[in-house]
Write a protein that binds this ligand. Sequence first.
Ligand SMILES: [Zn+2]
Length: 268
Amino acid sequence: MKTPLVNVDIPSIYKNAQGAPVPLPKRLAQATPDMANAIGMLAKDLQAHGGRLVLSDLFRSYEMQLQSHLDYVKGKKTAFSPPPGGSFHEAGRAMDVSLSDLHMSLSNFWDIAKNRGFVPIIDTPNASLSEAWHFECRGSHQLVIDYYRAKKGNNFAKPYTAGAASAILAIGVHVDMFGDAQKEAQLQALLIRCGHDIGNLDGAIGPSTRAALTALGLADAGLDDALAQVEALAQTKFPSEFSAPAPTSVALDNGFATHIPDHVVLNG
Ligand SMILES: [Zn+2]
């Protein structure tokens, strides 16, 4: 199975027309099971320290990421936002946190968040830096970043982007750079996460990818069969990324439409 997204019930920075705070809108409030669990635990940790976990962003669809990127390119939004295919937000694996609601220093928050598996995107806990609010739960896609850092592939300018692409493919979302070879790229990313060296994650099934499949007894398997079998293998290796907690859904039936960022498409 693909990595599922589950609903997350979490306070947001947004308010309804009456000025009352609302939960994070449902279309944003989705995460992978391991990330959703980590968010729940982190929210409790913060509560115990007198703070609150309040989010401004979590999941972004392809369209939302594109809008966010265009807003950045046009200068409507100052925080950098990459084009679709390069953000862990698109994989349900990144969140933007309201720093003023933490009620603790950013470095204290880093310690608590790291303990729950979150990784900051900046190098030092300096709250005045752009993206100080952005945290990721990369799961096994960190292995793809490590693979590229070890120079086992060379077709991504940054190892980080390879990890993001892997995480996006894992939930079944189209990544432009792989064109018509989405399934092939999914298969390659899974093989890398399962510890195989396949050269570049590029959607082109070459000798290295074939050798990895042969090692798994899948030399004669068709693409769909190989994909299903390697997905099953990944599921046994990384069960927390697949086992969904009981989903909690948040009813959002009326106007939270003030203070919604431009990239959040409310209709469509
Ligand atoms: Zn972010």
